[in-house]
Ligand binder design. Structure first.
Ligand SMILES: *[C@@H]1O[C@H](CO)[C@@H](O)[C@H](O)[C@H]1NC(C)=O
Ligand SMILES: *[C@@H]1O[C@H](CO)[C@@H](O)[C@H](O)[C@H]1NC(C)=O
Length: 531
């Protein structure tokens, strides 16, 4: 009898578990990664294609969907995809950067099993190794709200993606030809977005580039900002929008002008010269083609960009991924228990130009840090190998990992003493942008923090000779990359890892290592599950 009761109980538990798992739908993707010819600026280049496409296919998902993405690497070099802004809750195993995953060797495959848990909004994926990102392999990720969860604007008549980047031509050609800007992989007038007069469209703009901020605008039209990296914003109207490296924004555009064609312009920001590219906003039944030059935008001015950044606010009463209002999380009332100050710098180390955080220039290990941590492989990295504050000392190389406690609440101040705009991204989390300003940050700067309605996002800019401060709940156990979104800087050391640790060793806090985890370096040949 007792045994039967146990069996019944186990069946009941199994039933419950299977119910819970089946609640969130699965979406399956098979991606083949190959080289292929692309003509981004009319000149043949070797690109990285996913399923033959440049940019890669976009992913459409709904909050909490499970995404099963099998990636087949047909390049002749290792490859990895990472997910800008997908939080990978309890699951840094899927983050796809070299500190968490072994590269997919040539001719091999790897299946990412991830969930877009508790997220909405606009993000993108990109190849994380070397400079693959310069050649393609990136694409958009749109996460829609679940049915029944209110969205703070009526459903748009169309939902368009704009992936902008400054494209650097491979120097294999002899023609003098400047680098250019690409919109969805194409140059000047390479894209047409068709609209019906009187209707409203959503444009999701991501800067997937490597080197520069961009500015986005549409001739004769204004834009209503509605979403920033998963936060619904106050719906301010802008005539142009700065999108820094790695950032994503959604705007609503109403086709309320005479039925012509109009320029959609994207240009480089804070550069000389300014590069511009254009696409076409085409009114169905348009009676004319585009006229005049594309609208000009801001160029090197910092103040207007800073003011725009400060005007971006959270809509406290709008719902996020859950039905409750975003503003019910009172981020400004929680006291951070730790302040981390991170200064970027550009030291010369061993005669080479490097980039660093608090004087530490990240040096990649031969074993993913996450695997070294899991298998307790000594000597790959040391906790505390990067200080919490700028030291002012000379630069040095280190596989830098900062230790942090699960469920702590931290303040991070990005300090930029250099004269270029920085863009910082944190994997696995979203954070509140408390404030930004020129000059040196000090505790008194906290008096000017926005404690009420700033946005939560995953990528923030830091203006030249300025600081940006964030609050962040460390609510995600794992090994998380904090990096410059300027790719050369990231590659040459302006990054490190934050190890968010829970002593509980429980599935509630972190998923076990996936059965299909690739093993490499000192982790080769280890077993992924206890025998
Ligand atoms: C994908 O990789 C696994 C090993 O990780 C292998 O067993 C499987 O056959 C591969 N699939 C294909 C279709 O190549
Ligand atoms: C904020 O969201 C609410 C609820 O969806 C909406 O009614 C309101 O228009 C939004 N306010 C602004 C200023 O965007």
């Amino acid at each position: 009898m007792g045994d039967n009761r146990v069996l019944c109980f186990l069946l009941f538990v199994f039933f419950l578990v299977s119910q819970v798992i089946s609640e969130d739908p699965y979406r399956f993707f098979t991606w083949t990664v190959t080289y292929g010819d692309i003509y981004p600026l009319g000149i043949k280049q070797q690109g990285i294609l996913i399923n033959g496409q440049f940019p890669g296919p976009h992913i459409d998902a709904v909050t909490n969907d499970n995404l099963i993405i099998s990636v087949y690497n047909y390049l002749d070099e290792p490859f990895l995809i990472s997910w800008n802004g997908i939080q990978q809750r309890r699951n840094s195993w899927q983050d796809g950067v070299h500190g968490t995953n072994c590269p997919i060797p040539p001719t091999k495959n790897f299946t990412y099993i991830l969930q877009v848990k508790d997220q909405i909004g606009t993000f993108f994926y990109f190849p994380s190794l070397g400079f693959h990102k310069a050649a393609g392999g990136f694409g958009s990720v749109r996460i829609y709200s679940r049915p029944g969860i209110p969205v703070p604007f009526p459903p748009p008549a169309g939902d368009y993606i704009i992936l902008g980047l400054k494209y650097i031509l491979d120097s294999g050609h002899n023609l003098p030809f400047p680098d250019g800007l690409l919109i969805n992989g194409r140059g000047w007038n390479g894209n047409t977005f068709t609209v019906d007069q009187g209707k409203t469209y959503r444009f999701r703009i991501s800067n997937v580039g490597l080197t520069t901020s961009i500015n986005f605008r549409i001739q004769g039209h204004t834009m209503k900002l509605v979403e920033v990296e998963g936060s619904h914003t106050l719906q301010n109207t802008y005539s142009s929008l700065d999108v820094h490296l790695g950032q994503s924004y959604s705007v609503l555009v109403t086709a309320d002008q005479p039925a012509h064609d109009y320029y959609i312009a994207v240009s480089t920001r804070f550069t000389t010269p300014v590069l511009t590219s254009a696409a076409i906003l085409h009114y169905r039944y348009s009676t004319g083609t585009v006229f005049g030059p594309p609208p000009s935008g801001p160029t090197i001015q910092i103040d207007s960009s800073l003011n725009q950044a400060r005007s971006i606010r959270w809509n406290l009463t709008a719902s996020g991924p859950r039905p409750n209002p975003q503003g019910s999380y009172h981020y400004g009332l929680i006291k951070p228990t730790r302040t981390i100050r991170l200064a970027n710098n550009a030291p010369v180390i061993n005669g080479k130009q490097r980039y660093a955080v608090n004087s530490v220039s990240f040096s990649p290990a031969d074993t993913p840090l996450k695997l070294a941590d899991y298998f307790k492989i000594p000597g790959v990295f040391y906790l505390g190998s990067i200080p919490d504050y700028p030291t002012g000392g000379g630069g040095y190389l280190q596989t830098s990992v900062m230790a942090a406690d699960f469920r702590s609440y931290v303040e991070i101040v990005f300090e930029n003493w250099e004269d270029t705009v920085q863009s910082w991204h944190i994997d696995g989390h979203s954070f509140f942008v408390m404030g930004m300003d020129g000059g040196q940050w000090s505790p008194a700067s906290r008096l000017r923090y926005n404690l009420r309605d700033t946005v939560a996002r995953c990528t923030t800019q830091v203006y030249p000779k300025s600081w940006t401060a964030i609050y962040m709940a460390l609510d995600n156990v794992g090994m998380w990359n904090i990096r410059s979104e300027n790719w050369a800087r990231q590659f040459l050391g302006q990054q490190f890892y934050l190890r968010v640790y829970s002593p509980a060793n429980s599935w509630r806090d972190e998923y076990p290592i996936p059965k299909n985890a690739l093993l490499c370096g000192w982790a080769s040949g280890r077993h992924t599950r206890p025998l």
